[in-house]
Design a protein around this ligand. Sequence first.
Ligand SMILES: Nc1ncnc2c1ncn2[C@@H]1O[C@H](COP(=O)(O)OP(=O)(O)OP(=O)(O)O)[C@@H](O)[C@H]1O
Length: 584
Amino acid sequence: MRETLRRLLRQRKAAVGGSILLGFLVLALVGPWLVMDPTELVGQPHQPPSRAHLFGTTGQGQDVLAQTVVGARETLAIGFAVGALVTLVGALVGITAGYLGRRVDDALTLTTNVFLVIPGLPLAIVLGAYLPSGPMRMVVVLTFAGWAWNARVFRAEALALRGRDFVAAAVVAGESHARIITRELLPNMASLVASSFIGNTLYAVGAQVGLEFLGLGDVGAVTWGTNLYWAGNDAALLTRSWWIFVPTGLCIALVGFSLTLLSSAIDELTNPALRAPPSAPVPAKAVEVSSEVPTSGVLLSVRGVSIEYMTASGPSRVVDQVSLDIAPGEVFGLAGESGSGKSTLGYALLRLLPPAAAITQGRILFDGMDVTALSAEAMREFRWSRVSMVFQSAMSALNPVLSLGEQFHDTLAAHGGSSRAASYARAREMLTMVGLKPELVHAWPHQLSGGMRQRVGIALALALEPKLVVMDEPTTALDVVVQKELLQRVVELKERLGFAVLFITHDLPLLLALADRVGILQAGKLVEVDTAERLRTDAKHPYTRLLLSSFPHLGASDVAAPTLDVLEHAALKPAQAALTGGRR
Ligand SMILES: Nc1ncnc2c1ncn2[C@@H]1O[C@H](COP(=O)(O)OP(=O)(O)OP(=O)(O)O)[C@@H](O)[C@H]1O
């Protein structure tokens, strides 16, 4: 917590926003004792700024400086009180609904939705008419009109957290619902609570000023909203007495600005991906590659590609002058330990690198086409129809709110506007091809097992008949039996459809069984490329030998050729080793 606060203070946005807000809080606390009575008639009406009245006088002759300073107290007090209450009520209702689900969720969600469809302003006016005048009326009215949105947000977050293992562990440990909500869920929503509080305070200040400006507040009180109300009533605009409303207007704008900065700083602090990289790496300059580029028999040619991430401590090269070729129909395996740059290279082939990264050197040629030089539109057309990808996480690669058929339709429609009926027919065909029932076209991702989802991922990747499929650890999250079935299916489909595969994994034995050729990536450098056959028996580079020796179950004689039997062998060996305690 202390570290989070320290990091927040170090953030420029938080520092500026926090300083402005702190300044206003100090002003609201001590200011009223330092200025004259804001209601007293101390000068002529409509007097411009002078030495006696630094901000001039109002249309009735009161001191504008005193009104601005004193107005800060009630405005900010109501703003923070409503911000806290709206956050509290929204969080309690939303988390309870999301966590308990079923009837409680139905009832609370219905109530929330009813509040959401009632327009806020008429609700506030009606409520205001029945409640006794004073600051509490504004607090009650604004809390009543504003909690529902917040409940929505917290419910969504609770639904996402409810399925996580630590909540299941708390349930198994026998913790009560109240304790799970307050001890397990709420602390995990700390950043949401903080940013909601700031956002709600901003809403409260704005709504309060708006209502008071319309005369719906307590016009006898001195607040920023009533200052503007009286400025309007006293014809400040008509008489061009700008000094009556500009100071209050500026204060409201500055408080809004500071709260927005703080909210944005909290977002960036809790989600580092939102932070802008120090500056984007310089993209690749044109390099002469023609002499190196093989002219025939090559589908993909990666020539001297380097990729850098821009980090706070400067550029970090994670792929270093890699060159490799993949032939049509070939299975090329890319192996290397975690962090060696395999995925980064795979994503670069589809130009899917994050903004902080860039190809700083080299060229990627596909079927003679320079992928690094394609326009954004050409790249959109190129992806999936020429090179597609099967992603690592079977669980999150599919859109949870679209049925499988719709996901196929989205992909097919984006490349040539296939009709829904044609897309669904193609989806059925592809699902059958990967060994799933065609009726699953109407299923949702959550109704499938991990292995089934990954099969759908493969079916989607093949839907447009690409010539190359990048498979980034597609079997990592699956058990060995499912893994084996899936890889067998990939090999069968490859034989049938003739696409090439770039298979990325850290599981070298698996690659040796599956791939025609294998490249070994060590700290971003391709240290060895050879046929799986030769690597199995005659690896040259010490790092390759180290990788091989780190899989004790794979001896040179274990595997003879990359057949389906061998695949089964490679996939099932770790399970056997685990069952027998590693004994052979
Ligand atoms: N956004 C980023 N900013 C800075 N460095 C990054 C970023 N993303 C990845 N990296 C670094 O790039 C390097 C390569 O990462 P990459 O994900 O390509 O490795 P990998 O070999 O695919 O690993 P794994 O098998 O664990 O997925 C790592 O050292 C990683 O820390």
